[in-house]
Design a protein around this ligand. Structure first.
Ligand code: UD1
Length: 367
């Protein structure tokens, strides 16, 4: 049997932990697969990219397309333009895109137009909020990809409703959980809690970077109001995304944040520290996508500061609650956690750390 060339694309912070376990399984089957890693370079700072390569043991990418930051159109277009020559040179047997960031769309479309089969991992998720750039990326990537690997059954249903035949849908579970389980033994070695002077179960972790929450002054002020309610009950650790840091400065909200004396603002953290901070938090308050899932795996209460989620299984089965920017609801939910009345979650089906094995098994069948 000949060796098939699989080209995997990463772009931003939430992509790295989705690709690492697939690369690992592919490397265990060298008589069947050769893998090539392409980084589009949408995230480029050490803290947004290099740290994750180190924490996850990812190899250096063979290509870095240097796309960088820009408008939605710039990032999407630059990634599509820069990816074409790689596809033409490498002629892969399969392109694998993950998640829902701008180059997920660009690279799926670029490959399919060159008649190269495309696999989309984490397919089928829908928030039904078309104002989110990620929702458009998900819809387009799913429409053009040949093989759709879904993390939960709701995603299968979403794809069927959009007319995608069952033959293209593969329910494999959540590939992020593979990375989480692989990294879990290293978490106790993280010194982040000691560095911050917080103890397990005695603090809240908060993150916010969604454009709808941070790009305008009014919602960003309400994000800070939510965090203010939390910090009245317990210390809050806030690793600040560069987008949010820039907006806080631009809107003159530094002083308001500075008055919240129980909030520790820190730089973005790497993968190991992020998981450690989540695992040991009393509660997590976020607008991230991946953190909704990771907290469900850890069984840690999560309040999501969005009006919706494309990951409903984290609410229906897991520990997540959608609170939007409702400060009173945040306060009530924090009180439930402190009083021990917050709901208990369970693990969704196939969130068992073996999704990448199932994905590569499918690759063996389809190529
Ligand atoms: C992107 C993804 C989002 C994902 C998030 C994770 C899209 C549409 N959005 O949003 O789905 O949840 O990544 O972080 O693809 N910046 C730096 N250093 C970097 C990267 C960015 O300073 O390494 C700054 C730049 O000023 C940039 C801003 O952060 O303009 C936003 O970065 P960008 O990649 O455009 O979007 P994210 O908000 O990170």
């Amino acid at each position: 049997m000949s060796v098939s060339k699989i080209l995997l694309v990463v772009s931003t912070r939430p992509n790295f932990m989705k690709v690492a376990p697939m690369l690992h399984v592919l490397s265990q089957r060298p008589d069947r697969f050769e893998s090539i890693l392409v980084h589009t370079g949408q995230h480029y700072d050490t803290r947004m990219s290099d740290v994750f390569f180190e924490d996850l043991g990812l190899p250096d990418p063979k290509y870095n397309l240097g796309v960088g930051s820009g408008t939605q159109g710039e990032v999407t277009g630059k990634a599509m333009m820069a990816f074409d020559p790689v596809l033409i040179d490498e002629k892969p047997d399969l392109v694998v895109v993950v998640g829902d960031v701008n180059p997920t769309l660009s690279c799926a479309v670029g490959a399919v137009k060159l008649h190269i089969p495309v696999a989309h991992v984490e397919a089928g998720l829908r928030s039904r909020d078309r104002k989110m750039p990620e929702e458009i990326n998900r819809i387009v990537a799913d429409a053009v990809s040949d093989h759709l690997f879904t993390p939960s059954r709701d995603a299968d249903d979403n794809l069927r409703v959009e007319g995608i035949p069952d033959s293209r849908i593969h329910f494999v579970g959540n590939v992020m959980v593979d990375s989480l389980r692989h990294t879990e033994p290293s978490l106790d070695a993280s010194g982040i809690l000691d560095d911050l002077g917080v103890g397990a179960g005695g603090y809240a972790l908060a993150t916010s970077h969604r454009p709808a929450n941070v790009d305008e002054a009014e919602p960003l002020g309400r994000v800070l109001d939510c965090l203010d309610r939390v910090q009245q009950r317990m210390p809050v650790v806030l690793p600040l995304h560069p987008r949010t840091r820039a907006r806080i400065a631009a809107f003159g909200l530094d002083e308001r944040l500075g008055r919240m004396t129980a909030v520790s603002v820190i730089e973005p953290v790497g993968y190991v520290d992020s998981l450690r901070l989540q695992r040991d938090a009393a509660i997590v308050v976020t607008d991230s996508a991946g953190i909704q899932e990771e907290t469900t795996v850890f069984g840690v209460p999560c309040l999501t500061m969005r009006p919706n989620t494309e990951r409903p299984v984290t609410v229906e089965v897991g520990t997540n609650t959608i609170v939007d920017l409702d400060v009173d609801l945040v306060e009530r939910k924090v009180a439930e956690v402190v009083d021990g009345n917050y709901k208990e979650g369970e693990l969704p089906d196939y969130w068992d750390g073996k999704a990448s094995d199932r994905i590569v098994d499918v690759f063996e069948r389809i190529i």
